[in-house]
Design a protein around this ligand. Structure first.
Ligand code: ATP
Ligand code: MG
Length: 580
């Protein structure tokens, strides 16, 4: 232990003299290590309330808490803040455990529940009563609110504020015993009704709730409030740095008050700015609304900013962790451009996703001079970014599909892809030239192209050195497998979804076109049996991931992101601005 501490402090010295810590929380931790405030320990926690699925904002907090513990050789607990039985559910507990693990973090044997501490918290509450620092109040919730005053007006003292310790103890024990209905009484801290901080105006610390709890069943009918349970859970677990979002800054005096009055071990609360993302809502209440009202197919709908949604969409844990690292930690709220999140997943998938060919909106191409029944295999590179990923064989034959968008009967200027009389390259295969356009006689729609191929151009180069201006992806019609592809757009039409007219809520900004289903696409045969969750780059179309809806050999893909990197463009523009 002693040796560890020395080794650690040597590391810290370097950190202090070398590059400065990249966030203010690290500075605080390093200061605490220097002054030995917590005996050289760093112990954080991630404290979700199991009332919804985790989202990308939680990922920021998870990466921060687990990341700091890792960096300073400390520990991080996973603790469920399960003090509100009516909103919580075991389904949420299970999804949260799965998601934190998926992100790549490990809490060892330190999975805790605030409900495990209910008995101890109750004892602390009795202690407060005995110290004359808490009282049972008979005001209704509405009356409590009314007595509380406002930011400009002090509150009024409850008529029950000066009950004797004996009466308070008796009433509190009878609250626990179930003698009173919901809302009849509360236990309140006795602090200061004139405090400029509303949180200090005799806050409620216990309320009556005759509700079954997902862990403690019907053992309790009184439940502690968040502010009381949270600081004491931190204290019980020996947390050193209790990191939370900015809205708890005004609660910090209360956090400190409970611990000081009870004279127990005292962690340090530090607040940071929560993550906000453009085109995204990150409130569990709003996400629940989207699920309950059927705007999405569930918590794990690939359009949701939940970790389970992002996973289904094809995001990797590495991309999300990298995103969390890049956005950093600040003390003032801001909004992060969702393009940065997309940039992070592109960057990761670019390196590791095998490239394949798939045609989303097929147009049939017949090569008139290619022998009927002949099949040859062309060699394709799995990932030019990583030669160790090798090559594969892709079948080529007389009838192919290309992308409908890659042909124009009357090509506008700058359109270099296929058009009547024009020659293009088929990736890894041959040059082909369009010699005829077949149309549906009724609708005039182009239904098939007749082309010729140049056998001399095998591999995609002409021996005579002639050039083509476009290279198209394709699949062999006889060999390709059919697939459903789901394309996604943002769930909201506005960068700030809460920007609404009076009387509307955020659902007014829902994008009616956030999902486009393409039921009959064609993918190259190497994708046969691709496992659920596997990720690919479809050449020229983006990154795609196999959806769990795939069944009976029929593959379903979600598009994770397109290849177009708007973030890279933004960064380039920002740099140009700085230079000028
Ligand atoms: P709500 O969505 O109702 O605001 P919550 O996000 O506070 O709920 P919790 O389960 O209490 O949900 O959150 C667990 C932890 O994650 C808390 O420490 C909280 O501060 C942090 N957290 C929540 N949202 C964000 C966010 N957008 N950015 C960073 N951290 C967040
Ligand atoms: Mg919360």
């Amino acid at each position: 232990m002693g040796g560890d501490t020395i080794a650690m402090s040597e590391g810290r010295t370097n950190a202090i003299e070398g590059a400065p810590p990249s966030n203010f929380i690290k500075e605080i931790i390093e200061e605490d290590l220097r002054t030995n405030r917590f005996g050289g320990r760093v112990h954080t926690r991630f404290p979700p309330e199991p009332n919804g699925y985790l989202h990308i904002g939680h990922a920021k907090s998870i990466c921060l808490n687990f990341g700091l513990a890792e960096e300073y050789g400390g520990l991080c607990n996973l603790r469920f803040d399960d003090t509100n039985p009516t909103k919580e559910d075991i389904e949420y507990v299970e999804s949260i455990i799965e998601d934190v693990r998926w992100l790549g973090f490990d809490w060892g044997d330190r999975l805790f529940y605030a409900s495990d501490y209910f008995e101890q918290l109750y004892e602390y509450a009795e202690q407060l009563i005995k110290l004359g620092k808490a009282y049972v109040c008979d005001l209704s919730p509405d009356e409590i609110r009314e007595y509380r005053g406002t930011l400009t007006e002090p509150g009024r003292e409850s008529p029950y504020r000066n009950r004797s310790v004996e009466e308070n103890l008796d009433l509190f024990r009878r609250m626990r015993a179930g003698e009173f209905p919901d809302g009849a009484r509360t236990l309140r801290a006795k602090i200061d009704m004139a405090s400029p901080n509303l949180n200090m105006r005799d806050p409620v610390i216990y309320r009556i709730r005759h509700a079954e709890h997902h862990r403690t069943g019907n053992k309790w009918c009184i439940y502690p409030m968040y502010d009381f349970a949270h600081c004491l859970s931190d204290s019980i677990e020996g947390i050193t740095h209790s990191i939370c979002t900015l809205e708890f800054e005004d609660h910090r005096p209360l956090y400190d008050w409970f611990l000081d009055v009870l004279g127990v071990y005292h962690p340090r609360q530090i607040e940071f700015a929560r993550l906000n993302l453009t085109y995204t809502v990150l409130s569990k209440r709003k996400l629940l609304t989207l699920v309950e009202r059927g705007y999405v197919r569930g918590w794990d709908d690939p359009r949701m900013p939940t970790l389970s949604g992002l996973r289904r969409r094809g995001y990797t844990p590495e991309a999300i962790r990298n995103f969390a690292e890049r956005i950093g930690v600040a003390k003032t709220n801001s909004v992060v451009d969702i393009a940065l999140l997309e940039h992070c997943v592109r960057e990761d998938l670019n390196k590791r996703a095998p490239r394949v060919m798939a045609v989303l909106r097929p147009l049939k191409v017949v090569l008139l001079n290619y022998p009927e029944g002949q099949v040859e295999e062309v060699e394709a590179i799995n990932n030019p970014e990583d030669p160790s990923m090798g090559t594969r064989k892709v079948p080529f034959s007389r009838v192919l599909y290309i992308e409908r968008d890659d042909f124009r009967e009357e090509p506008p200027p700058q359109f270099y892809r296929l058009a009547p009389g024009r020659e293009v390259r088929l990736r890894y295969a041959y040059f082909i030239k369009c010699v005829d356009v077949i149309k549906d006689p009724r609708t005039g729609e182009v239904v098939e192209l007749h082309c010729t191929y140049d056998p001399e151009t095998r591999g995609g180069n002409a021996p005579d050195g002639r050039k083509v201006k476009a290279t198209l992806h394709w699949v062999s019609a006889a060999h390709a497998i059919e697939a459903e592809v789901r394309l996604y757009d943002y769930l909201f039409t506005k960068p700030d979804p809460s920007d609404v007219e009076e009387g509307q809520d955020f659902t007014a900004n829902i994008n009616p076109n956030s999902l486009e289903v393409l039921p009959s696409c064609w993918v190259e045969p190497s994708l046969k049996g691709a496992p659920i969750g596997s990720r690919y780059q479809f050449e020229r179309l983006g990154y795609f991931c196999v959806d769990p809806d795939s069944a009976n050999g029929k593959l379903v893909f979600n598009r994770t992101v397109t290849l177009r990197d708007t973030w890279a463009k933004i960064e380039k523009a920002q740099r140009a601005n700085q230079d000028s």
